[in-house]
Design a protein. Structure first.
Length: 135
């Protein structure tokens, strides 16, 4: 076994407690991801990368029980939050030269991406378009 692999030391109950404490201080947080060694992440991909360095490479997801908006509500409401300019950008302006506007649109839609490169953001918005018709 590689020296880089660390032994996991938290049980699920301890991780749940840690997530609950976090949600008590961060009421707007929707979800957190914890690894078996107790590290907390807001993005699953970061948690997964870290978990791969552990003996028990499992990632535990905890949703904030006090968060009102569900994931389906957010998806249904996200197009109504868009300005006409943003809808136009989404419909036909996904080009690298519109990087700043594209970056802002990804943020408004709460789309998680592994990086902020133009190609990654454009791909994420194209995937979003494929699954969410624009009004």
């Amino acid at each position: 076994m590689s020296e880089l692999v660390k032994e996991a030391s938290f049980d699920k109950e301890a991780l749940q407690k840690k997530a609950t404490e976090y949600f008590a201080k961060n009421k707007d947080a929707k979800v957190v991801f914890l690894t078996a060694d107790g590290f907390m992440f807001l993005k699953r991909n970061f948690a997964s990368d870290h978990a791969n360095t552990l003996e028990g490479n499992e990632v535990f997801e905890f949703k904030n029980p006090n968060h009102v908006e569900s994931d389906t509500d957010q998806t249904e409401d996200s197009n109504t939050q868009l300005t006409e300019e943003q809808k136009q950008l989404l419909a036909s302006g996904l080009k690298k030269e519109n990087y700043n506007a594209i970056k802002a649109l990804v943020k408004v839609l709460n789309i998680e991406t592994p990086d902020q490169k133009a190609g990654t953001l454009i791909k994420a918005l194209e995937d979003y378009k494929a699954n969410n018709p624009i009004d």
